[in-house]
Design a protein. Structure first.
Length: 98
């Protein structure tokens, strides 16, 4: 299984969907995972999973706002959206955990 650390600024629609689905009312302290990165800095993240990848999404005030904005956008367009409305965005500069 692939493990990646992702900053909120690099979240794509799929990861945002997973976050909003897993934490519809937001996350709390019990959901946060703390660890040290390769620079020995403490990083706090929440975990979401797909079939083949574990994402650790770095937390902060901006992540909460991004999730809320995404949920509002999704709710307002859910009735008239189609698969053609979504564009896949890939980011190669996320950190792999090993």
């Amino acid at each position: 299984m692939i493990r990646k650390i992702v900053d909120y600024q690099k979240l794509n629609e799929d990861i945002l969907d997973l976050l909003v689905e897993k934490f519809p009312d937001g996350y709390d302290d019990a959901d946060i995972i703390s660890f040290r990165n390769v620079k020995n800095e403490i990083v706090e993240a929440v975990e979401v999973r797909t079939d083949d990848t574990i994402y650790l999404v770095k937390v902060g005030v901006r992540l909460v706002q991004a999730m809320e904005d995404h949920e509002e956008d999704y709710d307002s367009s859910a009735d008239d959206s189609s698969e053609a409305d979504f564009e896949e965005v890939k980011h190669d500069d996320s950190e792999d955990l090993d």
